[in-house]
Design a protein around this ligand. Structure first.
Ligand code: HEC
Length: 504
């Protein structure tokens, strides 16, 4: 009973939240919005009967008694969030909204109203960094259109039990939907295109379900990075540089990726030339890659259709053989226990890269290739290998199971309790939830390596804290860093100290 609408969970959480959240003082909430400005001035609307569209995989536990706040063109969504209580729903009517919305409360739902196909549209006009940043738990966002931001459309910063559903996202910069450091969340029925890094980027998260999304015209389609217990199924992944990715990115504080199921996805025509930021990890993904497994363990690949990916349907690599990666002594660089079950692979690897051609020569092979393995991969397996063109998998055994039918979801039966973040954890959670979206310890990500920042600021945490509130452009070969001034002063200093204390 792990799929479908989890009504029992809804009730359980309502009670839980009623008992605990209210007792939690705001000083314990980690990422607080600095703006406490004017009260919401638009038209309030109490609407107890508002029906929310809920599809599968409900994890965020919407509280029925919450009020509904209507936001119309000319109003501000952020003001509505400020006036909302946990349990409230913010209903956004069709029209254009030019703002960044920070949600640091628990149990908030932002639901777009769709009228005659018209959506509430957050438009960053190519100037704003992010559309929605949430750090609250049990956050729901549905039915929005989000266009022309420079950073993220929807980024989670340590929020658990999230539902990100049925949003239409175009050209929002580095990431489309990016839950970072979240547990128990659903990303489904979204349509995302034109993203410079990953359209859907699950970072340092656990128990995640990514289903029924369409992702295209982006560098990476769906990326599961430094995360565990994730299912990626029934997505349409086309015309990206690389379609699906399961990674360990070196230099992040959480150092594993394992137990990821990719099944029943359509992964086609991922041949778009790479337009990722130079030097970034995804900039190393060869155009024409269906699925790239780098250093991740226990990845199951089942029931997918891979077709017309010109480099290969599946590339399995360790860190040592991957471009644009550093070595992290704290992370195992090998991609172990990869399990390739039945898939359909058609017309892949017909114009592959020289490295793969050279590898094929060592096995006296030539021509198109579906599956490529380079570097260390222990205890991996495949069934029906005769169906595919492959190279480097001679030592793969035969898998001792043929399907994952017994696993519906890795979503949890009970929502994760709200985070209680005490003073000393503020820096750590902000570092994991925010900074590591762009900085790794020893490599180049979107921003420079932490080691380099440490050399600049070792005795000057206050200077670092001041910089992130008001970053100035320093390096020609990096983008600008977006201001982090929505973090309060105390958190900015705490995260500065935490960043300077990292050793890996
Ligand atoms: C969206 C990506 C992004 C996020 C998130 C981000 N940074 Fe950055 N950061 C950058 C980029 C890009 C640069 C390089 C800017 C430049 O050199 O012009 C940078 C540079 C820096 C620098 C170097 C300043 C200097 O004087 O050279 C520091 C310090 C820093 N970031 C700290 C942080 C901290 C702390 C956080 C988390 C609260 C953070 N960053 C979050 C992208 C990001």
């Amino acid at each position: 009973m792990r799929t479908g609408t989890l009504a029992a969970i809804t009730l359980a959480t309502a009670a839980f939240v009623g008992g605990l959240y209210l007792g939690q003082s705001s000083s314990e909430v980690v990422i607080t919005s600095s703006a406490n400005g004017a009260a919401y001035s638009g038209g309030y609307k109490q609407d107890q009967d508002a029906e929310l569209s809920q599809t599968s995989g409900q994890v965020a536990a919407v509280i029925a008694e919450g009020k509904t706040i209507a936001v119309k063109p000319g109003d501000s969504i952020q003001e509505a969030v400020k006036s909302a209580q946990p349990g409230d729903t913010i209903q956004v009517f069709p029209g254009s909204y030019h703002e960044t919305v920070y949600v640091d409360k628990d149990n908030i739902s932002i639901i777009g109203v769709i009228e005659k196909g018209e959506r509430a549209t957050l438009d960053g006009q190519g100037k704003l960094n992010d559309a929605i940043l949430y750090s609250g738990n049990n956050f729901v966002v549905e039915n929005l259109k989000i266009v022309k931001y420079k950073g993220n459309a929807i980024m989670g910063q340590a929020g658990n039990n999230f539902e990100i559903r049925n949003n239409h996202i175009v050209d929002t910069g580095v990431y489309g939907i990016f839950p970072q450091l979240g547990k128990n969340g659903v990303v489904e029925h979204n349509v995302i295109s034109g993203i410079e890094d990953a359209a859907i980027y699950v970072g340092m998260s656990d128990n995640i379900h990514v289903a029924y999304n369409e992702v295209f015209d982006s560098v990476a389609g769906i990326e599961i990075e430094n995360s565990r217990h994730a299912i990626v199924e029934s997505n349409y992944v086309h015309n990206n540089t690389g379609g699906l990715l399961a990674f360990i990115t070196p230099g992040l504080p959480i150092k594993t990726t394992y137990d990821v199921i990719f099944r029943n996805n359509f992964v086609v025509n991922n041949n778009t030339p790479n337009f990722g930021a130079p030097g970034s990890t995804v900039a190393g993904v060869p155009a024409g890659t269906g699925l790239l497994i780098m250093a991740a363990d226990e990845v199951v690949v089942e029931g997918n259709i891979f077709s017309n990916n010109k480099t290969a349907a599946i590339i399995i690599t360790d860190h040592d053989n991957a471009p644009n990666t550093t070595i992290d002594p704290g992370a195992d660089p090998a991609a172990d226990k990869v399990m390739i079950l039945d898939n359909v692979m058609l017309n892949n690897g017909y114009d592959t890269i020289d490295d793969v051609k050279a590898l094929m020569l060592t096995e006296l092979k030539s021509g198109p290739v579906d599956i490529v393995r380079v570097g260390v991969s222990r205890d991996s397996c495949i069934i029906n290998r005769h169906r595919y063109n492959h190279v480097g998998i001679g030592d793969f055994g035969t898998c001792d199971f043929t399907n994952t039918d017994s696993i519906d979801t890795y979503l949890l039966d009970e929502p994760v309790p709200p985070r209680e973040i005490k003073g000393e954890d503020k820096g750590k959670i902000a570092y994991l939830g925010v900074c590591t979206g762009c900085h790794t310890y020893n490599g180049r990500m979107i921003g420079p390596p932490v080691q380099l920042i440490q050399a600049l600021y070792m005795d000057n945490p206050q200077g670092l804290a001041d910089y992130i509130a008001n970053p100035v452009k320093k390096r020609d070969d990096y983008p600008e860093m977006p201001p982090q001034n929505y973090l309060d002063e105390e958190t900015r200093l705490a995260v500065a100290k935490y960043m300077l204390s990292r050793t890996n």
